[in-house]
Ligand binder design. Structure first.
Ligand code: ATP
Length: 367
């Protein structure tokens, strides 16, 4: 096990900067998720940690060891890819044993270790089969068993569940997380799936366009996003974003098309510079409710705005109400099945402790 430190790493392909001055420490034994949209530089970052790619600038450390220019085989890392990459001509046993054979482990120890890894992944019964005789989920278990069999210092996973169907993904998500906790191996896991990131990561590092935007525990990134990008990338349905101006008239308030949200006085200090200016307001669908229909739990400060029901998405467990507020459509997530007639006028209660305000030009969070 080892701490991984990325110190201002940049990767250029020709003139294109795929990763820009990324600094990040992954703690010993931590499960860190690199999250971001396609093309944001996650895989490139992972490949630099593995040694498959060399940074153009910056340094990578495993503990105190500078590994920036070490080849993969000298780093004691293992990788699991989206495409499983199990060898079709080898039985499951030989696939798992392969990295041990390369490292010239004695036969006895190979057998013991393969048994240990196969038991952990619950594939003992499949050791004599060829990959073609396995399901996608079983193949991915083989790939994970092969990755952990050498007891790597660092386990690197690149979208390992993307090829599995939705149900299996949920099962494997929990299994990989449990396995990692049991082994305590420092793990860096790449995904563009925010639910995977939220449920698996000890911390999430959100990237966009080659830059690291925010890193923190899942609830922190979810509740206190530092930018418009992080706020809208995490959470489903997406956070509602509304144009507004911050006005002072007695107290301070956010005013926009069809709504006025009076704000508690204690926010005046932090929002003071923005009085008279245009801002963006962010409200998550689950931080609002429809008065008389449902209630916000544990809410100390709220405001009320008016809307008209435009559309209803009944998801079974939840209902998403699309409400027209002026020219805006706001989504409100209510627990349970709540039939509200279309066209009905509603009062929307907004949780002010979970309200976000962003600077329009920098898109950074102000609150
Ligand atoms: P995805 O989720 O789609 O895999 P990603 O976040 O992992 O995306 P990367 O694979 O790291 O993204 O790619 C980041 C950017 O760098 C992309 O624009 C990609 O086209 C570019 N890139 C990656 N590898 C190379 C390369 N060898 N040569 C040129 N450009 C590259």
């Amino acid at each position: 096990m080892v701490e991984v430190k990325l110190d201002r790493i940049t990767k250029r392909f020709g003139n294109f900067e795929a990763v820009k001055e990324l600094t990040l420490s992954i703690r010993d034994g931590e499960f860190l998720v690199l999250l971001g949209p396609s093309g944001c530089g996650k895989t490139t970052t992972l490949r630099m940690i593995s040694g498959l790619e060399t940074p153009t600038e910056g340094r990578i450390y495993f503990g105190d060891r500078d590994v920036t220019y070490l080849p993969p085989k000298d780093r004691n890392i293992s990788m699991v890819f989206q495409s499983y990459a199990v060898w079709p001509h080898m039985k499951v046993f030989d696939n798992i044993a392969f990295p041990l054979k390369v490292k010239k482990y004695p036969e006895d120890e190979i057998r013991q270790r393969v048994k240990w890894a196969a038991e952990l992944l619950q594939i003992e019964a499949l050791l004599d089969r060829y990959p073609a005789q396995l399901s996608g989920g079983q193949r991915q278990r083989v790939a994970v068993a092969r990755a952990i069999v050498v007891e790597p210092d660092v386990l690197l996973m690149d979208e390992p569940l993307s090829n599995l169907d939705a149900k299996l993904r949920v099962t494997m998500r929990a299994e990989i997380k449990k396995l990692q906790t049991k082994l305590g191996v420092t793990t860096i896991y790449v995904t563009h799936d925010q639910v995977e990131a939220m449920t698996m990561g000890d911390r999430i590092a959100v990237m966009n366009q080659g830059r690291l935007l925010q890193v923190g525990p899942p609830t922190e990134v979810y509740l206190k996003p530092n930018s418009l990008f992080v706020a809208t990338f995490i959470g489903a349905p997406e956070m509602n974003i509304l144009d507004a101006s911050l006005v002072e008239n007695g107290g301070i308030a956010l005013e926009g098309d069809g709504f006025r949200i009076p704000l508690p006085g204690d926010l005046r200090e932090v929002l003071g510079d923005y009085i008279g200016k245009e801002v963006l307001v962010g409200i998550r669908p689950e931080h609002m409710t429809v008065k008389g229909v449902s209630r916000l739990e544990h809410v100390t400060r709220s405001a009320e705005i008016e809307g008209v029901v435009d559309f209803i998405e009944a998801l079974g467990t939840d209902t998403i109400v699309h409400a027209k507020v002026g020219g805006n459509i706001i989504k409100i997530k209510l627990p349970g099945h709540i039939p509200i007639p279309l066209g009905e006028k509603i009062k929307i209660e907004v949780d002010l402790d979970n309200l976000h305000v962003f600077d329009r030009s920098t898109e950074k969070a102000i609150i």
